[in-house]
Design a binder for this molecule. Structure first.
Ligand code: NCD
Length: 314
């Protein structure tokens, strides 16, 4: 049976630790003068993105290249989808071409799991609608473990996830993973941008960013993902920014060890000001950097190369 990574719930605690350990190995590879290993030589990895992306797609493609895999890139605009080809036929064509693994992003929640049920090769979910984005959560956890030196856990770390949680797959994957690792999470935003029923979520809720500043070790900001909803949920972006934008004045009310995170793309002036994004407390660039190592770990792990094969490979 092939494995896929569609949701954080696909991973046991031991597997999360294994992936974090592998990420460290690949971070060392990435620090070398020639950051490339032959681990996936002969394998073909395809990226199938039905939604726009900058960092996630480039990060996966760079990860595959650094593992010496061949990379097939599907681009929606120039594909036969515009001629009416179905999702199933598109995915099966990529499998028939010889892809050993597909990395997929789609605007519909559940689309990646559905494609996974049709194919015999592993899939990695690079974001499906407002459902999940598991590699983002893994790279965020990896970045925080490093920052706070908490080993393979996040025990006692207070994380505020701020903004448009309702439409955020990043928040859904992060809440699951961070809470399993021991972090305490508070969702912060206006009621219209938070899920209606949070009774099963392992979180606290606040409608005031100002109230959570002093008690948070991590301020994790989210973009308002207006492409995922039709009518306007906030009266105006400047109204939202007045209460929920992280600016320097607000950051000064947090502890000096508090860090700022954002999955990107950042909309400077809305959820975060440029000054905060570029401040020494911001981990945004670190997140992107760690993303490559984490995705190398995921690809290597899913393509069946057991950890025992690490040594002889390099
Ligand atoms: C996010 C996404 O696409 O879910 N970005 C990312 O992958 N780093 C968040 C967003 O689009 O706002």
């Amino acid at each position: 049976m092939h494995r896929s990574l569609v949701s954080i719930s696909d991973l046991t605690d031991e597997e999360v630790t294994e992936l974090i350990d592998l990420s460290k190995v690949f971070r060392e590879v990435n620090s070398r003068e020639i950051p490339k290993v032959p681990a996936l030589r002969g394998k073909t990895v395809a990226t199938l993105f039905f939604e726009n992306s900058t960092r996630t797609r480039l990060s996966f493609e760079l990860a595959a290249t650094r593992l010496s895999a061949d990379v097939l890139t599907f681009t929606l605009g120039s594909s036969s989808v515009s001629k009416g080809e179905s999702l199933r036929d598109t995915a099966e064509t990529i499998e028939s071409l010889g892809a050993d693994l597909i990395i997929m992003r789609h605007s519909s929640s559940g689309a990646v799991g559905l494609v996974g049920s049709w194919l015999d090769i592993p899939l990695v979910n690079a974001g499906d609608g407002a459902h999940e984005h598991p590699t983002q959560a893994l790279l965020d956890a990896f970045t925080l473990m490093d920052q706070f030196e908490t080993g393979p856990r996040l025990d006692g770390i207070n994380v505020a996830i701020v903004g448009d949680v309702l439409h955020s797959r990043v928040a859904r994957s992060n809440v699951q993973l961070m809470s399993r690792l021991g972090a305490k999470i508070t969702l912060v935003g206006p009621p219209v941008l938070l899920p209606l029923d949070l009774s099963l979520w392992p979180v606290k809720v606040s409608h005031s960013l100002d109230e959570v500043l002093a008690g948070s070790d991590v301020l994790y900001l989210l973009r308002i993902q207006s492409e995922r909803f039709s009518e306007s949920l906030v009266p105006s972006l400047s109204e939202f920014a007045k209460s929920f934008s992280l600016n320097m004045e607000r950051l000064a009310k947090a502890k000096k060890e508090t860090v700022v995170m954002h999955p990107g793309p950042m909309i400077r002036g809305v959820e975060i000001t440029g000054e905060v994004a570029d401040s020494p407390q911001s981990l945004v660039r670190k997140q992107v950097e760690n993303g490559v190592s984490v995705r190398m770990a995921v690809l290597y792990w899913l393509l069946g190369a057991g950890q025992e094969r690490l040594e002889p490979i390099w």
